[in-house]
Design a protein around this ligand. Structure first.
Ligand code: GTP
Length: 414
């Protein structure tokens, strides 16, 4: 795994600052205070563990960007560094295949470097699809994208692009050469029927600067538009913003759909997910409500934190037992499981086994072993809707509680 960052900096203060940023980004710094030391560090390291290099412009044994020439020459994604933004340095380092140049003159630029490190680390898992009939355009994008550690996919036709998108769910950016305006605008509009701007960024690009084409593509659903050849720095800043926006929305969605205590999906997400998964064809499906017994007693006897520990342990058991089913914490000490395409006997056996497994849990809380049992209301139905199944499972749960708890009660309508 690429987790190391080679820092080539002879200025001790700057080296210390870079070291701190790398650690903060969760990466491992490899320090070198000269070009000689950098070469030694590089030859001692494994290529697959080096994420990138932060390289100062001048060193006692390399006064004029030779260290940058070295790291880019051995294909290490390189971020050129100086104490402050310097026009002459900028002009010079841009001749090399660097990822970016950052002058560390204030808190904002230091934060930018930190975000850039996080970005490079995440880019390894992000796919970018380039759609262009022109080999030169694909090559230009490829050079740039590889420097930024993205996974690269290439397509020559819209059909190939659709197939790649279907097969690879790591693709978060599609770059479309707008050479053939009608085909490309239709392609973008078609993509937007499936992928929202929160899921996928679509970037139009063209060798012919035209305000009309740019506006047309953005109206058809493109997120942004660039004229080729890229201004690399501007493109990087805009791509970072697009990806950060997709990531923020994903995080908000995850938070809204997850139970804060157990990490299981919540009730809201359960309905969304089950309705999506419910088989279109007629089939047998099972729904179970799982409710811990006398849970209030655990809270009252051992405290609320002990109750939380029990909930987390039961949630972990459910997540392992039902890895491929829909599960959720419905609230309090109540959980729900939905199993599509399951025979009545299998559903009953599965829930009885779960009931025994919960009762067998030994939950360690501050050197006290906590035990808990559960009552389960199960319904197995043939092509019924979820709301109806929930109300039947609830009635079965009521019977299980009244029947003495620690048991499964079921109803089958098949
Ligand atoms: N620790 C903890 N307790 C919770 C949480 N949510 C709800 N509870 C408690 O769960 C308890 C549920 O109590 P009851 O509804 O009486 O159910 P019970 O004690 O399990 O009784 P039966 O269901 O009839 O077996 C209440 O004391 C709630 O305060 C939580 O997130 N953490």
């Amino acid at each position: 795994m690429q987790h190391q960052v080679l820092i080539v900096e002879s200025n001790t203060q700057l080296a210390r600052l870079l070291h701190k940023q790398v650690i903060q980004a969760g990466l491992e710094p490899l320090m070198a205070d000269s070009m000689y030391a950098a070469k030694k560090r590089f030859s001692d390291s494994l290529p697959e563990s080096l994420l990138c290099a932060l390289v100062g412009y001048a060193h006692p044994d390399a006064e004029c960007a030779e260290a940058i020439a070295f790291t880019t020459g051995v294909a290490v994604p390189t971020i050129a560094i100086s104490e402050k933004m310097d026009g002459a340095i900028h002009k010079h380092v841009m001749h090399y295949d660097i990822v970016d140049y950052v002058g560390l003159e204030n808190a904002q630029t230091i934060d930018y470097l930190y975000r850039l490190l996080l970005r490079l680390n995440k880019n390894k898992r992000i796919g970018v699809l380039v759609l262009s009939e022109i080999r030169r355009t694909r090559q230009e994008c490829k050079n740039w994208l590889q420097r930024h550690s993205f996974r690269l996919y290439e397509a020559i036709t819209p059909d190939q692009a659709h197939a790649l998108l279907l097969a690879n769910n790591d693709i978060q950016i599609v770059m479309v050469d707008t050479n053939y305006e009608d085909t490309c605008s239709r392609f973008i509009a078609d993509l937007r029927k499936v992928y929202t701007k929160d899921d996928l960024a679509i970037v139009g690009m063209s060798h012919k600067p035209s305000n009309f084409v740019a506006a047309h593509f953005i109206k058809c659903g493109a997120t942004d538009f660039f004229t080729l050849p890229f201004n690399h720095e501007e493109f990087l800043c805009r791509v970072m913003q697009m990806l950060e926006s997709i990531e923020h929305v994903a995080l908000i969605r995850k938070t809204a759909n997850t139970d804060y205590l157990t990490g299981l999906p919540n009730r809201r997400h359960f309905f969304f997910s089950v309705n999506k998964r419910q088989p279109a064809h007629i089939s047998t499906q099972a729904l179970a409500i799982i409710d811990l017994d006398h849970f209030k007693h655990i809270n009252d006897t051992y405290g609320h934190d002990a109750g939380d520990a029990v909930l987390k342990n039961v949630a972990r058991l459910l997540a392992t037992e039902f890895e491929h089913a829909d599960i959720a914490r419905f609230g309090g000490e109540e959980f729900c499981v939905y199993l599509p395409d399951i025979a009545v006997d299998d559903a009953i056996a599965t829930m009885q086994s779960l009931c025994q497994k919960v009762a067998a849990l030994h939950i360690d809380f501050n050197n006290t072993v906590l035990r808990v049992t559960t009552s389960i209301g199960l319904t197995v139905a043939y092509n019924s809707n979820i709301e109806a199944m929930l109300s039947k499972a609830d009635a079965m749960l009521y019977e299980a509680k009244n029947g003495g708890r620690n048991q499964v009660r079921y109803n089958a309508e098949c």
